[in-house]
Design a protein around this ligand. Structure first.
Ligand SMILES: Nc1ncnc2c1ncn2[C@@H]1O[C@H](COP(=O)(O)OP(=O)(O)OP(=O)(O)O)[C@@H](O)[C@H]1O
Length: 481
């Protein structure tokens, strides 16, 4: 079997030689070009498993080659060598479709990792066993035009290391999209780690992300890896990235730029090979404007943006989504189907909680259904219909605070906990009921403290971050004015 062939394009003799020697030692065949013109001539004659090009060449920019290779239908991975400290060049190259980049001075270990990852991508999948790309069905259900375009983008983006920022409403499928990108990439055989940045107490963040050495602080009885180590070789998803405290944003930026992390208590940094995907339901650009999110980190994470549309904008997919979910929800040998008019009823609903809400609605309905056939009456949809859709999140905005708060403050009303009530007062829908109780209690604490969240958190015996997270989850917003 022939070795994979790599094309090196660089006019600096020293660096070119270093790259050649390293690649040959990895068992690869190498061609070298000093100019764009020579590179084009090689590309016209041969197929390559990887192209590695410097950014500045005597007759133009490496970026031109990136664009040409991407425009050809060969889809050969192409990586660029960027000058030290020119993070901007790296971002521009990734945006233009480069697979990855290495910075000068080239660290050979980093180069080897990058080359191996690129070659896994261009190798026939039978040889590697990964990536999942080879014809595996997508777990992302939906045939609407937006979903098809999303799937195409995923396929294309899976072939690069470029950081991706996924935006979309809560429950719209951001994590599923990130998992798909990972599963279809050359990293598929390595871990996918999703981290909810809003759920980690600030004091523990550094330890959670970077790990710690034994004895680094009281309670550090053993050495522990952080998320970066756990995701090594794979993908790290930073979910709800807008919730990262500013101090942590600085540390994260450094880790992403340097591709190195230092455990707490360690004297040296260790290299990590992690692809970063971030997600948020907030407007990150706006967070930058208000000073809540660092511009440099935003720029670094937001190389490629991917937006997942809300379910109400792709209701054409409702039928296939329901079919897929019912097939999963019904146990083996059991039936799960929709009765007459159910799909029509669902398609008039606005699904503020998106696909996750659809899953919950169906799961709940199935529990009430006779013989696995869901009828309209089993659905118990609440909130807005598509036709009459009011301002976003109307259900949760604080306008009706006084009523909600009064209700919550009235001791042992009919909605009080089960122990005080007879069987007739059992909640007909426990998750909804608990959510309502939680919302009301949080609103009560917020009202008592004139919406001072620090004090409200104190009253409730939870951290500020926990309170903020719960408020986001329950869509509780401060009343205007
Ligand atoms: N297109 C889809 N096909 C099948 N299942 C889907 C699809 N989109 C979302 N889901 C399912 O809906 C649920 C919510 O999706 P996911 O967790 O990816 O959303 P999210 O946008 O990351 O939510 P959050 O903002 O709350 O983190 C999951 O169970 C997921 O499997």
């Amino acid at each position: 079997m022939t070795s994979p062939r790599v094309l090196v394009v660089d006019d600096e003799a020293d660096l070119r030689e270093l790259l050649e020697i390293t690649l040959v030692r990895m068992g690869l065949d190498v061609d070298s070009a000093e100019t764009l013109r020579e590179a084009r001539a090689f590309l016209a004659q041969n197929d390559y498993g990887l192209i590695l090009t410097d950014m500045r060449l005597p007759d133009g920019l490496g970026l031109e080659l990136v664009q040409e290779v991407n425009a050809s239908n060969k889809s050969t991975p192409i990586a660029v060598v960027t000058a030290y400290g020119s993070a901007e060049n790296a971002v521009v190259a990734l945006k233009a479709g480069a697979f990855d980049y290495v910075s000068k001075p080239v660290v050979l270990d980093d180069l080897r990792v990058m080359v191996q990852s690129a070659l896994r991508l261009s190798a026939p999948s039978t040889q590697t066993g990964s990536p999942a790309a080879a014809g595996t069905a997508s777990r992302l259900i939906g045939e609407s035009a937006v979903m098809q375009s999303l799937r195409n983008q995923i396929e294309r983006l899976a072939r690069s290391m470029a950081p991706i920022a996924i935006t979309g409403e809560s429950g719209s499928g951001k994590e599923l999209v990130a998992r798909e990108i990972h599963a279809r990439s050359s990293r598929a055989g390595k871990p996918f780690i999703a981290v909810n940045c809003g759920a980690i107490p600030e004091a523990l963040m550094e330890a959670e992300f970077f790990g710690y050495r034994k004895g680094a602080f009281t309670g550090a009885a053993d050495e522990r890896d952080g998320f970066f180590h756990a995701a090594n070789g794979g993908t790290l998803m930073l979910d709800e990235v807008a919730d990262l405290p500013l101090a942590m944003q600085v540390k994260l930026l450094r880790a992403i730029q340097e591709r190195r992390v230092r455990k707490i208590g360690a004297t040296s940094e260790e290299p990590v090979d992690v692809r970063i995907i971030s997600a948020t339901h907030q407007n990150l650009a706006q967070c930058v404007e208000t000073g809540k999110f660092r511009q440099d980190l935003f720029y670094r994470l937001n190389v490629i943006e991917l937006s997942v549309p809300p379910l109400r904008e792709r209701l054409d997919d409702l039928g296939v989504l329901v079919d897929g979910m019912l097939a999963r929800l019904a146990g083996p040998g059991q039936k799960a189907a929709l009765g007459p008019q159910v799909l029509e009823t669902l398609s008039t609903y606005s699904f503020p909680g998106n696909v996750r809400e659809l899953e919950n609605v169906l799961e709940r309905a199935l529990a009430f259904a006779n013989d696995g056939v869901i009828e309209v009456g089993d659905l118990s949809l609440k909130g807005a219909r598509v036709a009459e859709r009011p301002a976003p999140a109307a259900e949760a905005v604080v306008a009706p605070v006084p009523a909600a708060v009064q209700a919550a403050m009235a001791p042992h009303t009919a909605a009080a906990p089960v122990s005080a009530s007879g069987p007739a007062e059992l909640p007909s829908n426990l998750p909804n009921y608990l959510e309502q109780v939680e919302r009301e209690i949080i609103l009560r604490a917020l009202t008592q403290t004139q919406f001072n969240r620090t004090q409200a958190a104190l009253l409730l015996g939870i951290s500020f971050r926990q309170l903020r997270y719960q408020m986001q989850k329950l869509d509780i917003q401060e009343p205007e004015g």
